[in-house]
Design a protein around this ligand. Sequence first.
Ligand code: PLP
Length: 361
Amino acid sequence: MGHRIHNFNAGPAALPLAVLAEIQSELLDFKNTGMSIIEMSHRSKTYNDVIEDAQTRIKRLLKLPDQYQVLFIQGGASMQFCMIPMNLAADNDAVDYVDTGTWSTKAIKEAKILGKKVNVAASSSDRNYAYIPKQLNLDPKAAYVHITSNNTIKGTQWRTFPEAGTVPLVADMSSDILSRPLKTEPFGLIYAGAQKNMGPSGVAVVIIREDMTARSPEQLSTMLRYATYAKENSLYNTPPCFTIYVIQLVAKWLEETVGGLEKMEVLNQRKADLLYNTIDESGFYQGTADADSRSVMNVTFRLPSEDLEKKFVAEATENGLGGLKGHRSVGGCRASIYNATGIDALEALVGFMREFEKKNG
Ligand SMILES: Cc1ncc(COP(=O)(O)O)c(C=O)c1O
């Protein structure tokens, strides 16, 4: 095996080494077919087993009741920003959005382009999105309430979800899906770009309840209707075969190696605690999110100056710690510590942080 770094990229991001090794071992001859997974028909029995296993495992991991379906839709999470209002809200329906930063802001923009009556039920823009709002001004007649469960850029995360009565929650879980168990009942639809916690880029995983699928308007183009993907089991056209295959392997790893989402959550919390404790104990590193809104997946922090931040990222890279630069829109530093980033990576990172502080603090 070649050289591998401790990978803190925000997405595309680290994948479990065991999954990469499995892909490598079966790339040339997938299950005795004499061809690779990316050379065979998406209508073959072999490929059908892959897509169905991916769906079954995701359902099992999240303990999804029967009325939910797992769909694979191209266009990433960003395509969902428009498919959701197109499919779930009629023209005159009000839709609630909670604005917790860049990704919710983009979702709101698309709902407005489509002419929906957007009610921003709460926003944390007053303090640069450093927190998750507690007071929501929800419309009881809204078609749905949209939230972003984890803001990848600002490092904030919903720890508990809003109570919206009978109005379904719709959540962008791109950066924390499968990181913890979930009570799915309040959710009508959950979506996530695959490239953080599930696999390579190329697809959004959409978990949809049957009453939401039934809302797809007949007059929408076929490829933009959830009902099409639900009816054809995400095989109406050629799906991103490789991406779905890797998602299947990651779901298998979560079930068989990690032992499920309860165990994954404990590991993720240990990793996050290690890093946040290091930040809190130092006067040198400063966390940017409010303590009660901190993300277990994306840890954002600043150093005393931008020069020191540049030096920190450069020296970390030299020491085999990659991907620590903050998002280009906000600067600072960010460690993305998704499921596949092990505790060993966190131990290496906090060790480096303490040394760096000693030399530069
Ligand atoms: C929370 C969240 N939503 C949406 C997106 C956009 O995802 P995609 O690039 O798959 O459209 C991202 C990307 O980083 C994200 O972090």
